[in-house]
Write a protein that binds this ligand. Structure first.
Ligand code: PEP
Length: 249
């Protein structure tokens, strides 16, 4: 499987700012292709169409969140059809900021995963424990709960259209990266759970996310069961994101 390097821009960038970075990333990938990597950008919804156009087929794009309905009275929400229309092919579901700031529970996240896949978008499902959960020895229990609630209803055909992002909540946007042992342990637990849920669980990519920078990307990518990276802060500038895309090559 190809290593996925994904950018989560969160609530950053106006349309001109987004197009500038998206265009620089596309130009660099065109000039020096990186066939070992699958590159994705999740811009804010307001920029999804222009970032998809600026991608110039060098990478795919996705929405950071969506609502599980085709249309209707859901003020402020985005439907899968709108994502297709704006050129997106992926949806980020269950990011820790959605779980913890917007209080999205596991069953709502599961509904979103089902709806997203049923509407022909790929899913990047984010999972991860908080610091108190880790300190209470609940890492495996949390990952088991988050993954089985979102994935156990899925048919085998979902493999190939789902990626998992392991993002320890205490490492997101904090500058604190999980250590190699912590990443290895969590990714092995996730791999075991994926094997329980899908007969081809080995084929589901598991990305690490949490304060990834150009300086630590290669080391993390070299770890067992790390099939990519989800990058927040360091993806906001083309140069640092591209350094991460090319890390370890
Ligand atoms: C994220 O938003 O998914 C993330 C990992 O952010 P950061 O890289 O800034 O920690």
């Amino acid at each position: 499987m190809k290593t996925i390097i994904a950018a989560n821009w969160k609530m950053n960038k106006t349309r001109p700012q987004a197009v500038a970075v998206a265009g620089d990333v596309a130009a660099s990938l065109k000039e020096s292709p990186v066939p070992e990597r699958e590159v994705l950008i999740f811009p804010p919804a307001t920029c999804l169409d222009c970032v998809s156009a600026a991608a110039d087929n060098m990478y795919e794009t996705g929405i950071q969140n969506l609502y599980p309905a085709e249309e209707g009275a859901f003020t402020g929400e985005i439907a899968p059809g709108m994502v297709h229309d704006a050129g997106g092919t992926w949806a980020l579901i269950g990011h820790s900021e959605r779980r913890h700031i917007f209080m999205e529970p596991d069953d709502f996240i599961a509904t979103k995963v089902n709806f997203t896949l049923a509407h022909d978008l790929k899913v990047m499902l984010c999972v991860g424990e908080t610091l108190p959960e880790r300190e209470a020895g609940q890492l495996r229990a949390v990952l088991l709960r988050q993954l089985t609630s979102a994935l156990s209803g899925q048919a085998a055909g979902a493999v190939g259209r789902i990626a998992i992002a392991y993002e320890p909540v205490w490492a997101i946007g904090t500058g604190k990266t999980a250590g190699s042992q912590e990443i290895l342990e969590a990714h092995e637990i996730i791999r075991d759970i994926l094997r329980m849920v899908f007969t081809s669980g080995d084929e589901v990519p598991i990305l690490y996310g949490g304060s990834v920078k150009p300086a630590n990307a290669a080391e993390i990518l070299a770890l067992d069961n790390v099939n990519g990276l989800l990058v927040g802060g360091a993806s906001l500038e083309a140069r640092s994101f591209l350094d991460i895309v090319r890390a370890g090559l």
